[in-house]
Design a protein around this ligand. Structure first.
Ligand code: PFF
Length: 449
């Protein structure tokens, strides 16, 4: 395979393979539920517009920046940043690896709950609705949560051991179409329920005033980064396995549109179901509670159909979670392979064991899980995005040449660079401020009480 400068580095075997792997990274626990929930809470269609604006002005430029660095350097984050920026930028790569470790270690705990609900849904159906909340409290933390956490980490590791073509690409080519079919099928089913209309009305009720708050802007930015897997080198790492004939702007657009599409459709599944069973008032303050308590009790209300629908829902969620986990693991694994020159198998085993152990506190204490999400999934991603925009905007000399390889030369690449120089840093600095204040308060509440 002809590659630029990467020697024998593996590549994706097809365009579709890369696209589906990257969409697999993006589509996961984050957008299957968090997006629609945020939209409904924060102004409905007005929030959706703000989210699209955030994706276009901040998310897409940063995604293209990650792709440009990854494909250009054909190396994992630490070495890729050094390749274009010298050793001064290496610590940013290390920070990406650290973010990968933190995010994957608690994400796998949630994926573990999901796996449990999927398996139990198939085997036993869903519990008596009045018991849903107690059940979740019982399984969310403790030795059983740890066991399921280990189980999903084993599944993700066994995919990543196969490498890019034999593992990540092959699995994405199968699982992503399955996920798309499941979510569309579920949305069609949900539209036939008697509460569907009210559910849609709630989801789309538009309130422009509520998007004018700083927290909502912060939520939209944080959600865009988490959902698109940006700010910690996941897209950078996948792009390091690309050849130079890929049209990066088209790829980034495909990924963002698919990610948004799934997030949007998930809302079209969830709200009709909640309204059909009169459970809208039980939508709790915690997004996780609603996903793992209120929805299962709706499935229980549905009787026999609920067992099928509920199992399919949690299977779809699990598919999204696994394809995101493998991208997080690949960031760590490829960095170990490239910097320590370890064989892939050893890198996967050591990385997976360390991450699993690091995740145990989250498996035993849901408050620790929340704190890890705030630090890894919010603060570190937004900070990573800020640094990436400064790097490609100001420090990387040949960014425009690199991004335009594989295209016929597009004039608006200068617009991209302008966004990275001024708009993205300004928005992310603003968001960073509120995130830090929020995190300090969160830590104060945890240890103060
Ligand atoms: N995008 C994933 C989701 O929405 O669930 C989460 C994620 C995956 C975040 C990979 C960051 C990442 F690098």
């Amino acid at each position: 395979m002809a590659t630029a400068g990467g020697g024998s580095r593996e590549t994706f075997s097809s365009k579709l393979g890369f696209t589906l792997a990257a969409v697999g990274s993006a589509v996961g626990l984050g957008n299957m539920w968090r997006f629609s929930y945020m939209a409904a809470e924060n102004g409905g269609a007005a929030f959706v517009m703000l989210y699209i604006l955030m994706t276009a002005l901040v998310g897409l430029p940063v995604m293209l920046a990650e792709m440009t660095i990854g494909r250009g350097a054909r190396n994992s984050p630490i070495k890729a940043l050094a390749h274009f920026g010298g050793t001064a930028w290496q610590p940013l790569g290390l920070l990406f690896v650290a973010a990968g470790v933190i995010i994957l270690s608690y994400y796998a705990v949630i994926a573990g709950w999901t796996a449990r609900y999927a398996v139990e849904g198939v085997v036993f159906g869903f519990l008596d609705p009045s018991k849903s909340a107690d059940y979740f409290t019982q399984i969310a933390s403790g030795p059983q949560a740890a066991m399921w956490h280990v189980a999903v980490m084993i599944v993700a590791s066994s995919i990543v051991v196969g490498g890019i073509r034999g593992g990540i690409e092959r699995v994405s080519l199968i699982l992503m179409p399955v996920l798309a079919l499941l979510i569309v099928g579920l949305a069609i089913y949900a539209s036939t329920l008697s509460g569907a209309g009210e559910g849609y009305t709630y989801y789309f009720s538009t309130d422009f005033k509520s998007i004018l708050k700083a927290e909502v802007l912060q939520d939209a930015a944080g959600q865009a980064f988490f959902s698109l897997s940006l700010g910690m080198g996941a897209i950078l790492t996948y792009s390091s396995y690309l050849s130079r004939d890929h049209h990066l702007p088209n790829e980034s657009l495909m990924i963002a549109v698919s990610d948004f599409g799934v997030a949007f459709m998930a809302g079209m599944v969830i709200f009709p179901i909640l309204f059909a069973f009169g459970l809208q008032n039980q939508v709790s303050g915690s997004t996780l509670g609603t996903l793992f308590i209120t929805l299962p009790s709706a499935f229980a209300h549905m009787g026999g159909a609920g067992r099928i629908i509920g199992s399919l829902f949690f299977i779809a969620l699990l598919v999204g979670a696994i394809t995101s986990m493998i991208s997080l693991l690949e960031v760590v694994v490829s960095s170990v392979i490239d910097t320590l020159k370890w064989p892939r198998k050893r890198a996967v085993v050591v990385a997976a064991v360390c991450i699993t152990l690091f995740g145990l506190p989250a498996a035993f204490d849901i408050n620790i899980l929340g704190l890890m999400d705030q630090i890894g999934g919010n603060v570190m991603l937004v900070f990573g995005g800020l640094m990436l925009s400064l790097f490609v905007g100001w420090a990387m000399p040949d960014a425009i040449d690199e991004v335009s390889a594989g295209t016929s030369g597009i004039k608006w690449f200068f617009l991209w660079r302008g966004l990275l120089r001024f708009v993205v840093p300004a928005v992310l600095l603003f968001v960073m401020y509120f995130l830090i204040v929020g995190t300090v308060n969160m830590i104060g509440n945890m240890f103060g009480s």
